[in-house]
Design a protein around this ligand. Structure first.
Ligand code: TTP
Ligand code: MG
Length: 230
């Protein structure tokens, strides 16, 4: 029971480590990252950093996400530069609670999205080089806490349907092939481990289930996220 054992939980946290237990929630577009984080709102003392995408849709009135989808050759570099900054801000944000849950990380931005833009030529190799140097500099010189990655694993056709139903205006033209490519890049990063940096252990969750059934699936991860608290 969470409430009963909470005192012990905090005690152990304080005794060992003042840093929060930090979880990145990863998975394809429409895999349910925001929904997963919202599930944890019922618990006390968890910091939830959800929907960084809302910042990308409004930077001083500019919708960078929209500009990027409408003219990727012109805007992808600018967009990814801003994604990196907002991610770094989330990684560095001081947290007073013992658990911190974040939607995405600087790692998925680099290994899934920037990787895709490099592979299919959306960004020039020189633009890729600049983004990659920024990423390497941050990775090597700025401490980024990571204790667990929750991977919401999905089937591309299922999330593609969800994206269409959700109807976020910028994403209307997203083809299934793009979602399939992104799926493969998430699998390469988190399951096949083709990049050197997978910064934390990975908990895989079946996120194909629809909303009415997914809560049971999410509950299976509560123990690992709240650790001794449940
Ligand atoms: P996601 O970061 O996957 O967020 P989401 O809210 O769609 O996911 P969920 O439904 O699981 O909560 O993607 C948001 C949008 O930003 C999406 O259109 C893809 C785009 N994007 C990039 O183009 N580059 C990036 O580096 C990232 C992280 C997202
Ligand atoms: Mg989301």
């Amino acid at each position: 029971n969470y409430k009963v054992s909470k005192g012990r939980f905090f005690h152990e946290m304080a005794a060992t480590n003042n840093k929060p237990f930090t979880v990145f929630v990863e998975g394809n577009i429409g895999s349910g990252k925001t929904t997963f984080l919202e599930h944890f709102r019922r618990f006390e003392d968890i910091t939830l950093l959800t929907e960084p995408v809302e910042e990308w849709r409004n930077l001083g009135g500019w919708n960078l996400l929209d500009l990027m989808y409408k003219d990727p050759a012109k805007w992808a570099m600018t967009f990814q530069a801003y994604v990196s900054l907002t991610m770094l801000d989330m990684h560095r944000r001081p947290t007073a609670t013992p658990v911190k849950l974040m939607e995405r990380s600087i790692y998925s931005a680099r290994y899934c999205f920037v990787e895709h833009m490099k592979n299919n030529g959306t960004i020039h190799p020189a633009q890729f080089a600049v983004l990659d140097e920024w990423f390497r500099f941050i990775h090597h010189h700025i401490p980024i806490e990571a204790d667990l990655i929750v991977y919401l694993k999905t089937t591309p056709s299922i999330v593609h349907e969800r994206i269409k139903k959700r109807a976020r205006s910028e994403e209307q033209c997203v083809p299934l092939s793009y979602i399939e490519d992104l799926h493969k890049l998430h699998e390469d990063w988190l399951i096949n481990r083709t990049h050197a940096e997978c910064p934390a252990p990975v908990l895989v969750i079946d996120a194909d289930l629809d909303l009415s059934q997914i809560t049971e699936e999410y509950k299976k991860s509560e123990h690992q996220i709240l650790r001794k608290a449940v």
